[in-house]
Structures are given as C-alpha cells and as structure tokens.
Design a protein around this ligand. Structure first.
Ligand SMILES: Cc1cc2nc3c(=O)[nH]c(=O)nc-3n(C[C@H](O)[C@H](O)[C@H](O)COP(=O)(O)OP(=O)(O)OC[C@H]3O[C@@H](n4cnc5c(N)ncnc54)[C@H](O)[C@@H]3O)c2cc1C
Length: 465
C-alpha cells in the first residue's frame, strides 16, 4: 500500500524529517510558506540565519546518517566550511577562565554560515526520489484528537486547500502553532515551560584581514554566576574569507544595534580579544539583531492522549539559548528518532506517533537541562528560580569547569556532554568526581592561549593600542 507524509516547514528539521521519511514512505511533501532561495542565501523565514551557528559533532553525524549516499560534511568542507576541534583549536574564555588548547583533536564542530548549511542539506534532500517541495502556509490540522489525517493550507494565491497524508510532521520552528492546532482537535493539556534571560544577539560580517586567515575561532563566554548581565562574543571564520561575529547580552546587558558601539561592546567584555581582532577589520554587513533566544519547551510527550499521524520536531518542540549551539543538533537527533521508529514498526503501526514524540523528547531534555541550568542564574531571568538541587549541581559544575581549564581528561569529558555525544551521567563517574574534588592540576592561564604567530596577528590587527 502506498504511504504518504506531509512535513510542515522546509527548514533544517523539516528537510531532515523528509530525509528520514523518504526511506520508508513513497511520497513526502514538504510545505513551506517562505520563498526558499536557490543557493546559500539568507531568507525572511529564517532570521536567525544571519547569526553565528555551530553544528555539534552529534548533529553532524546524525545528518550524515539521515542522508545516505551524500556526505553533507564533505560538501560543506568543499564549499569553504571548516571543522574546529573544541579541545585543540578554539580559543575560549569560559566562566572559570581560559581553556587550554591540548594537542588532541577531538569534538569537531562544523562551522560555516547557516545559509550554506541549510542550502547544502536542502539540495541533497530535494534530490531524493519521492521528496517534493510545495509552497503553502499550513493553517490547521485535519482529522480528530485520535487521528490526524492531513493539513489545511493557504496557497500563495490565497486559495485554501486540504491535503491528506498518513503522517504529518510539524517542523515549522519556534513559531509553530501546533498547540493551537491540537487544541482545535480537543488536545489541550500540553504543559509548557519558559526560562528567559532576555538574551539579545547582535551580529556583523567582516572580511578576514590579510594574514589572519588562520586565526582560530574565538569565544568569550558570559559568566552566569557573576550576578550581573551575561555578555559574550563569538568570532567565527566562515566560508568566503569572512568572520561572522555574534555578540550576546542578557537582560540589562544587551549589545548595541549600531556599528560604532558594536566594537566597543566587544572590547568591554571579560576580555577584549574579539573587539581587538575586529577593531580594524572591514565590515561587510550592517549589525543585525535577534531577540528570539529564550528557552521555551512544549512537553508534547506528556499529553494525556496523542493522535496517531502527528509528530512535532525541531524548534516546534523546544528552543534553547543559542549560545550553547544545540538547536540544529536536537533537530537532527529528533529526525534520527523518527527514522529509528520507522525502521522498527513502520508509519501505520498503532502508537507510532506517540513513540516518536517520546523518543524525540530525549535529546530535547538533555539540551534543555544544559541550557536552563546555566540561564537560571542570570539576573532578572523569567522562569522558575534555581532549586536547592540546582544550587548543588551548579557548585559541582563550576568546580569541574575550573578543573577542565587545566586537565585534558576533564575537559574532554565535559566536551563530550556539552556537545551531546554522551549523557550528563558521565560527569558524575567516580574518576571524574575525584578529579573535580581534587581541584585544578595546573595554574590558571593569565591570557588567551595563542601561538606566537597568532599573538603577532592579534598585535597587528589591534587598533585600540
Ligand atoms: C540567534 C540564534 C543563533 C543560533 N545559533 C545556533 C547554533 O549555533 N547552533 C545550533 O545548533 N542552533 C542554533 N540556533 C538554533 C537554530 O537556529 C534552530 O534550532 C533551528 O533553526 C531549528 O530548525 P527548525 O527547522 O526546527 O526551525 P526553522 O529553522 O525556524 O525552520 C522552520 C521553517 O518552517 C517554516 N514555517 C513556519 N511556519 C509555517 C507554516 N505554518 N507553514 C509552512 N511553513 C512554515 C518557516 O518558514 C521555516 O522555513 C540559533 C538560534 C538563534 C535564534
């Protein structure tokens, strides 16, 4: 019997869901309301695409497995993307000091523009037989609280139409209307949670100055425990010889939207390195602002009843403070959960949608815990205040972070968890507990861990001297 699926949204989660479905379903229709560019260009429906995006190793691996026969990794590298080792290449000032750069290359982050990543994935997925893209704005679900049978769309010409399918996947992002659509079918008990630090992102593109092509990805993070607004900066080399610089500030410490104060803000952080690097660099864009950064979660998996034929994935389930770089990886892991369940039982098996929804909630929970356990400490945060358990956990992770600045073993273990390759339980293994309790084994670094040539580049670029 021929099977069909509809995917709402042609962003990353939507394309990866389509790839997962294409291996078990005859016809996959992706419905997208935005005009998708025919190349790696920015678009209106993806405002966050103009800000720094990092793909974690677990996300990259999930994407590689979801799109067999095509290596997205190789295509990104060929198009100018890079891989950055978290333990050896990146220059990072964490909340507890500078991380050392070890000799071992591990935990490779994929770095490129979001436009290039989306385009590369989209082009590969739309090349799969049986996957088609259609213009349309989904406005409602069809069916009942027991069984979703399709969607109602408004086409670009304003005409409404009903489309039916065996499975509808909502991948319409953070603005998803799924709770509203489900309420219209009688499902109203979906708990929601918000932890909002009021973070604002401000980003700007620069041409990489001559001679600085090899300067590493550089990050000055915010300290959530400093009892003041968290301010941060990330300088990310991306394709076409550009630096994408994203500044962040929580409530009361928001970065500016104007060009002059952009550099000043970066110079005023816990260390001025990012400001120094861009102080003489040629800007290639205006400053763009994004305020859609709160942690917000819909616990679909906790609804008392769940209809057959409907699944939500990606930002439609939850969003996180982008500083932790998790959203795209969670979207990819959710699509992997869909793929796994398709292989186990097939799309028409009773309870299929509920099982997918529960499986997709696991990476969501991991990302949510990581993100909110830090964000709860910023001043004036909206959401539940830290509990006693949060306080104990925070003391432990702060100490471990300090130890990680001086120990490859501890740093490696922390990176494995923060990049979602391993469960957080790894961090309380006896050997790590002992290392954490014993404290740092080397003195804290007094400045960024740069090589001699990187130091010379920084010196040359710094116009603030
Ligand atoms: C400033 C910022 C920086 C970030 N940095 C990182 C990072 O470093 N690493 C990381 O992993 N994540 C990062 N994220 C998160 C990441 O952008 C999201 O997790 C990711 O885009 C989620 O993909 P998605 O497909 O679920 O949603 P989206 O990418 O938002 O795609 C949803 C799609 O659905 C379409 N759509 C919406 N409604 C409808 C409808 N009714 N009908 C039809 N189509 C519809 C939209 O047009 C869009 O194309 C960042 C987010 C922000 C805001």
């Amino acid at each position: 019997m021929s099977r069909s699926a509809i995917v709402i949204g042609g962003g990353l989660a939507g394309m990866l869901a389509a790839a997962a479905l294409s291996q078990s379903v005859d016809e996959v229709t992706v419905l997208e309301r935005d005009t998708l560019p025919d190349g790696p260009q920015s678009r209106r429906g993806l405002p966050q695409g103009r800000h720094a995006h990092i793909l974690l190793p677990s996300g990259r691996e999930a994407i590689e497995r979801l799109i067999p026969g095509v290596s997205i990794r190789k295509r990104l590298l060929a198009a100018g993307g890079s891989e950055v080792s978290l333990t050896s290449s990146m220059v990072t000032l964490g909340p507890e000091g500078w991380f050392r750069r070890w000799r071992h290359d591990s935990h490779l982050l994929t770095t490129c523009s979001r436009d290039l990543l989306d385009w590369t994935v989209r082009e590969a997925v739309l090349g799969i037989a049986g996957v088609t893209l259609h213009s349309g704005n989904v406005v409602a679900l069809q069916g009942s609280g027991q069984h979703v049978t399709g969607v109602r769309i408004t086409a670009p010409d304003g005409q409404e139409a009903d489309l039916s399918a065996d499975l509808v996947v909502d991948a319409s992002g953070r603005g998803s209307r799924a709770p509203h659509w489900l309420a219209a079918l009688g499902i109203t008990d979906i708990p929601e949670s918000i932890v909002d630090s009021g973070l604002v992102y401000a980003s700007r593109l620069y041409r990489i100055p001559e001679g600085a092509e090899k300067f590493p990805t550089t990050q000055v993070t915010a300290d959530p425990f400093a009892s003041e607004p968290g301010r941060s900066a990330l300088l990310l080399p991306i394709e076409d010889g550009r630096w994408l610089v994203s500044l962040g500030g929580t409530r009361g410490g928001e970065p500016p939207a104007n060009a002059v104060d952009f550099v000043r803000f970066a110079l005023g952080l816990r260390h001025p390195i990012v400001g120094q690097l861009i102080s003489g660099a040629e800007p290639l864009s205006d400053v763009v602002i994004n305020r859609s950064t709160r942690n917000s979660r819909r616990y679909f998996e906790k609804a008392t009843t769940w209809p057959e034929g409907f699944v939500a994935l990606g930002d439609a389930i939850a969003t996180y403070n982008p500083v932790y770089g998790q959203g795209m990886t969670v979207a990819a892991l959710g699509a992997r959960a869909l793929h796994h369940e398709l292989c186990q039982t097939g799309i028409a098996a009773p309870g299929f949608a509920r099982r997918v929804q529960r499986a997709a909630a696991k990476p969501v929970e991991a990302a949510w815990t990581m993100s909110t356990s830090q964000d709860r400490w910023f001043p004036d945060v909206q959401g539940n205040p830290p509990t006693i358990a949060d306080r104990l956990l925070a003391r432990y992770t702060r100490r471990m972070t300090r130890v990680a600045t001086s120990s490859y073993r501890v740093s490696n273990a922390m990176c494995a968890v923060t990049t979602m390759q391993e469960d957080a339980i790894r961090l309380v293994r006896p050997s790590l507990l002992l290392a954490t309790l014993a404290g740092p084994v080397l003195p804290a670094l007094s400045g960024p861990p740069l090589t001699q040539s990187e130091r010379a580049i920084l010196h040359t670029l710094d116009r603030t001297r």
